[in-house]
Design a protein around this ligand. Sequence first.
Ligand code: SF4
Length: 274
Amino acid sequence: MSLDLDERQRAMLAEMGVRLFEAPPMGRTDGTSPEPPRRAGGWAAPAAGNGRGEALSRAGGGVGSVSAPVPALVPVVPAPVMPTGGPGLVDTMDWETLEQTVAACRACGLCEGRRNTVFGVGDRRADWLVVGEAPGEQEDLQGEPFVGPAGQLLDNMLRGIGLARGQGVYIANVLKCRPPGNRNPEPAEVAQCEPYLRRQVALLQPRIILAMGRFAVQSLLGTTEPIGKLRGRAHQYQGVPVVVTFHPAYLLRNLPEKAKAWADLCLALEVMGG
Ligand code: SF4
């Protein structure tokens, strides 16, 4: 695929560290996953000031591997409490009601430690939806997804394809509350929170979803396949095309992978017909 890039896009790519002629072919299916596993031996240096990046930096083994002791985090998950009477009602909510419902939600144990819910941010008539995984420390403090260095890289990536935070794109996470210590979300927590994202998708009606990071990708697509096997083609969530790519926090620690992220953005543009 070839793209006509203007000077601004080329400048953004340069800022991302992407050299255009180094982009590898899309459709990689070699089974490898450069995405760092979330639980395994050793703690890599975390990305400064980056919430989920801190969690993603706990690298070591492959998918599903647990080769080192993991701190015993046993969240107390209370009986589900949907504040507005049941998950079915979420499907009928407008934006304001949905946001208020999330702010008051105590449907899973993550409500206990949060300082803010992180509902999402951006243009509510956008064609693009970016989905990350869960708030980190700064996101929890500020109530906004993708802040800090990873958020800045995301903003640069978006500018590279003619978008800006708040203009043409909406940004949300799978989970609206921060897991304590940035641990992996539990399946039950994802199940409790998923109706909110599903309703956001229904209200937004995006033309494409860009799923960032292994956890977001696997949660949206309901798979345990690594990103390396899922990149290079469009998937579906609620009838909307999904293109998967790496989390910006991961890209900050793995600069050569930026070229692959740029290829993923190009695929998304292609799916959009742009
Ligand atoms: S993570 Fe989601 S389901 Fe759990 S308390 Fe927060 S908003 Fe509710």
